[in-house]
Design a protein around this ligand. Structure first.
Ligand SMILES: [Zn+2]
Ligand SMILES: [Zn+2]
Length: 311
């Protein structure tokens, strides 16, 4: 009797469950991927890989994680990873599987693609080591969003204070929400940087010391310095208590302001500026020359204010 494949209709010597070997192979894959995405998390400091909740320092672990995501249906004689990319985010690995899904079919190669999500994260040991080095943090924030120029001034101060007297102790600067975090291993250096920032830009500085951890009789403390900047100078226009003001001067933690509508001059403590919300409105200034005075014309939305003799 002629043997005909039920799928492709070809005549065949071997018929497996009504199919020729080719069609049987196609409909019965040797391997399939159990998990849609395999997560690989590596510690960038020591190279350990997170495996089943534990950090393992073994380069073979990556291969193990990938191969464990594959389920085999037939008799498999060898498995190897042919290509593997490990960039941050999604990657593909190609796995070559040799074997056969049925005893009547000779061994052949089959390839499966495994999706890999690669990320890096400090393992607890490395995180502890870095935390022990970190003895101080300066958190620089600002009452109005910090622009690139202001950030450069801060970074410049950090650089200059660090190279002064060849001190080492600066670890890193990180962009934080609405500001910068400066991390250091030297508390004295942290204080001198904070003081220098305070001298350069109107600001409020608050220091606090906290115990990070006590280990035996070795107590680790960390110095936190909060620096809140009020980066205003003469000529700045601000909205304060919903009214527009012109900044006249700053001295001794007090900002002298002129209310644009009433021309009333008020002295506001830096702390009160920090506590209330201030903002910079959209405005334009123009200098208008009269016979004997130069007047500053300030336009905010549809309102015009004239400050005589102010430009
Ligand atoms: Zn067939
Ligand atoms: Zn590590």
């Amino acid at each position: 009797m002629r043997k005909i494949c039920a799928l492709c209709g070809r005549e065949t010597d071997i018929l497996i469950e009504g199919l020729c070997p080719d069609c049987y192979r196609r409909t019965h894959p040797l391997a399939s991927v159990k998990r849609e995405i395999v997560g690989i998390v590596r510690c960038p400091s020591c190279g350990a890989i997170l495996y089943k909740g534990r950090w393992v320092k073994d380069p073979k672990i990556i291969e193990k994680l990938i191969l464990e995501s594959i389920e085999y249906q037939g008799k498999v004689t060898s498995v190897s990873i042919e290509s593997l990319g490990l960039r941050h985010g999604l990657n593909n690995a190609t796995v070559k599987i040799r074997g056969s899904v049925h005893e009547l079919i000779n061994d052949y190669d089959e390839y499966v693609q495994v999706k890999i999500r690669y990320s890096e994260e400090l393992c607890p040991r490395c995180r502890d080591m870095i935390n022990e080095k970190e003895k101080a943090i300066i958190q620089v924030r600002s009452v109005i969003p910090m622009d690139g120029q202001l950030k450069r001034i801060i970074i410049d101060i950090v650089r200059k204070e660090t190279i002064k007297d060849e001190r080492s102790g600066f670890l890193k600067i990180e962009d934080a929400w609405e500001g910068l975090d400066i991390k250091l291993s030297d508390q004295g250096l942290a204080r001198s940087i904070a003081y220098k920032i305070h001298k350069t830009i109107p600001s409020r500085v608050i220091e606090s010391q906290s115990v990070v951890r006590g280990r035996g009789d070795k107590v680790i403390t960390k110095l936190s310095i909060s620096v809140v900047l009020v980066p205003l100078n003469r000529g700045s226009i601000i909205m304060y208590s919903n009214k527009p003001y012109y900044v006249l001067a700053y001295s001794q933690n007090t900002i002298k302001l002129m209310e644009l509508a009433s021309k009333e001059i008020v002295n506001i403590k830096l702390n009160d500026i920090i506590k209330s919300e201030i903002s910079i409105p959209n405005y334009e200034t123009k200098c208008i020359e009269n016979k004997n005075s130069k007047n500053l014309e300030i336009t905010i939305d549809n309102d015009k204010y004239v400050l005589s003799g102010m430009c």
